[in-house]
Every structure is written in structure tokens, then in C-alpha cells.
Design a protein around this ligand. Structure first.
Ligand code: IMP
Ligand code: MG
Length: 181
């Protein structure tokens, strides 16, 4: 496996291996299973596209409670920065009123995406809304968003791989790489 890769005139170095990601996802699944195991109603999982598609696919195969899987496509990032605005590119196709919802995100940077999506969902009167993210950058969002299940906290690095992209590419990398500064 490459220790570093060149992409769009930038160098990225290997940061979180596929093996470590496997362990992180298994631990998260254990926590989520423990929390939802006693719920009587089926849970609505909402994956935020595009970045979370690989994480979601790995996570749901480890879940043991009844659930349904839905997707929304939100966009807040342009190049390597948050634009400060969240655009809904593909809306939710399920009525969440009276349902328990778990939102699944790849990474929380400013927290804007999750915060605004949670706000949109809350308008539909769900019974509960919980947030799960594979990665979190607490130094950037300063806990403005209340995260319920977090895989790993990282410093404010720009990272790619395992679903995360640089201008649409590199999502397929099995390991996560960080920008070398
Ligand atoms: P937030 O709204 O600032 O929390 O940004 C969240 C979204 O921006 C995530 O869902 C990712 O799609 C994207 N994002 C945040 N940090 C990174 C990164 O380091 N690499 C690639 N995408 C990122
Ligand atoms: Mg995302």
C-alpha cells in the first residue's frame, strides 16, 4: 500500500489504514447496536451522500436491529473548504414523523451540514434524531453540533479516501490519506 500519493498537484500521506477503519466501524456498530437493540420500532437510517456511502455500506452490514436505509445528498464543500451554505441536491424520500432517525455522516468539520440537516428533519416531528459520524474535527466545530456516535476524532486536517474526496476523486481509496503541508 502506498505511503504517499500525488493528486491535483498536492501530496497526501497515509493516515488511517483500512485495517484501523475496520476496527473503528466495528466499535461504532457495537455502540449503535447496544443503543437501538431495545427499540420496538424500526429505525430510519439516513446516509448523507456522497461522502458517507462507503462507511454506510460497511456500517449497516454490522447492524443487528430492524432498520430502513435512506439517502440524502447534501453539499457544503467546494474544493478543500466549507462554503458556509448547505445545498440539498437530493431530498429525503421518507416521512420521518413518529420515527426514530439515525443520521450517518462521513466527517464533521464545521458541523454546518449536520446541524442544518438535523434542523430540517426536526420540522417533520421524528420521535428522535441521533447523529453518527465516522470522523470528527472537534477543533473546527467546537461541539456546536451534538454528536451521539463518533468513530474517531482528528485534528483539522484535510483528508481523502474511504468515501472522502478531493474535487470528486479519491473516494475509492481503501485507506484514508491526509494532505501534506
Ligand atoms: P461541515 O458541514 O463543515 O461539517 O462539512 C461536512 C462535509 O464536508 C462532510 O460531509 C464532507 O463531505 C466534507 N468534508 C469535511 N471535511 C472534509 C475533509 O477533510 N475531506 C473531504 N471532505 C470533507
Ligand atoms: Mg459528507
Amino acid at each position: 500500500m502506498n505511503e504517499s500519493i500525488e493528486l491535483q498537484d498536492k501530496t497526501f500521506v497515509r493516515y488511517i489504514s483500512a485495517a484501523e477503519l475496520g476496527i473503528i466501524v466495528s466499535q461504532l456498530a457495537d455502540e449503535i447496536n447496544a443503543y437501538y437493540s431495545k427499540f420496538q420500532l424500526e429505525i430510519i437510517l439516513v446516509s448523507i451522500l456522497d461522502g458517507s456511502f462507503i462507511f454506510m455500506a460497511d456500517l449497516v452490514r454490522k447492524l443487528t436491529f430492524p432498520h430502513k436505509i435512506h439517502f440524502v445528498k447534501l453539499q457544503s464543500y467546494d474544493d478543500m473548504e466549507s462554503t458556509g451554505q448547505v445545498k440539498v441536491l437530493l431530498d429525503l424520500d421518507v416521512d420521518v414523523s413518529g420515527k426514530h432517525v439515525l443520521i450517518v455522516e462521513d466527517i464533521v468539520d464545521t458541523g454546518l451540514t449536520l446541524e442544518s440537516f438535523k434542523g430540517m428533519l426536526t420540522n417533520s416531528d421524528p420521535l428522535s434524531v441521533k447523529l453518527c459520524t465516522l470522523l470528527s474535527k472537534p477543533e473546527v466545530h467546537n461541539d456546536i453540533v451534538d454528536l451521539d456516535f463518533v468513530g474517531k476524532e482528528i485534528p483539522p486536517e484535510f483528508i481523502i479516501g474511504y468515501g472522502l474526496d478531493l474535487n470528486g476523486v479519491a473516494r475509492n481509496l481503501p485507506d484514508i490519506y491526509k494532505l501534506k503541508i
